[in-house]
Design a protein around this ligand. Structure first.
Ligand SMILES: Cc1cc2nc3c(=O)[nH]c(=O)nc-3n(C[C@H](O)[C@H](O)[C@H](O)COP(=O)(O)O)c2cc1C
Ligand code: SF4
Ligand code: SF4
Length: 254
């Protein structure tokens, strides 16, 4: 079983790692890893993980699936989606695409995790509540792996009712948000110290340093990685200021 994932702030990486850890102890790889295509070619079963953005697939993952469509042909795929609250058919969104490319969808798992939008107050939880969320997700992952081993994979987000919930609950109203990359990322030049941390972390190579200050292009997939890691809290996207820098490692029970 091969685990592959996209993860902006670490939630999805953590969940796919836990899943494989319980399943067979193997390690997943990011879609940003240049070796991912070769690994996919050799795999029979793929666990695919991604976060939900506006009840939909992040644009970077949609493009990855399209570019690797031949590598999904005839593969068994189990889909893991992480989300702050609700997605309806988060797993169903990629399942429909993957079926078109010849994949056999064996199951889906939806996991509620800390909300990663660090510049938006809505949905923010206390540190204790977030730690509890992670613990609950961990239990759900363990149960899902047990179910697979008993031959009854979970099917979160894959039925027609979930499809209607995802579509009417959110996706229809925000459909355009994930259709393209965005140019809405804002960098406060007065706060930026030109450290390049955001530049080296961006999965889209969307950031660069110009005159010792970071600047953004228009290929942002909205992953919040740079926002969560900037030492100056100089970067925002949906909101106007950084309230919390959301990084998975903060939510692990110590
Ligand atoms: C642009 C954006 C849109 C999001 N939309 C949703 C949503 O529709 N429903 C939801 O439950 N969570 C939503 N979230 C929260 C993330 O899905 C959640 O925090 C996820 O676990 C982040 O995973 P990551 O750390 O692997 O990037 C959104 C996050 C972002 C950045
Ligand atoms: S991480 Fe922050 S301070 Fe460093 S270059 Fe990027 S925006 Fe500037
Ligand atoms: S600019 Fe920031 S939020 Fe956008 S894709 Fe790059 S790291 Fe993610």
């Amino acid at each position: 079983m091969l685990g592959i994932y996209f993860s902006g702030t670490g939630n999805t990486k953590y969940c796919v790692e836990r899943f494989l850890g319980y399943y067979d102890g193997s390690k997943p790889i990011s879609i940003e890893n240049p070796d991912v295509t070769e690994a996919m070619r050799k795999a029979e079963t793929i666990v695919l993980g991604y976060p939900i953005y506006y009840s939909n697939i992040p644009k970077i993952m949609r493009d990855f699936i399209y570019h690797n469509r031949a590598n999904f042909n005839n593969k068994n795929v189990f889909i893991i989606c992480t989300m702050g609250l609700f997605s309806g058919d988060g797993a169903g969104c990629s399942a429909r695409l993957l079926k078109r490319y010849g994949a056999n969808i064996v199951g889906g798992l939806h996991l509620k995790m800390p909300d990663c939008k660090g510049d938006v107050k809505l949905l923010k939880k206390s540190l204790e509540e977030n730690k509890q969320l992670v613990k609950s997700a961990d239990n759900k992952i363990k149960d899902a792996v047990d179910s697979i081993k008993r031959g009854r994979a979970t099917k979160d987000g894959l039925n027609i009712l979930c499809h209607a919930a995802g579509l009417f609950g959110q996706r229809l109203w925000f459909y355009k948000k994930t259709l393209n990359y965005t140019n809405k990322l804002k960098i406060d030049k007065r706060m930026c110290i030109g450290c390049s941390r955001c530049v080296s972390l961006c999965p889209m190579s969307n950031l660069s340093i110009f005159n010792q200050k970071a600047s953004a292009d228009s290929k942002c997939t909205m992953c919040y990685r740079c926002i969560s890691n900037c030492p100056q809290k100089a970067i925002t996207l949906l909101g106007k200021e950084v309230i919390e820098q959301c990084l998975m490692e903060n939510y692990l029970a110590k």
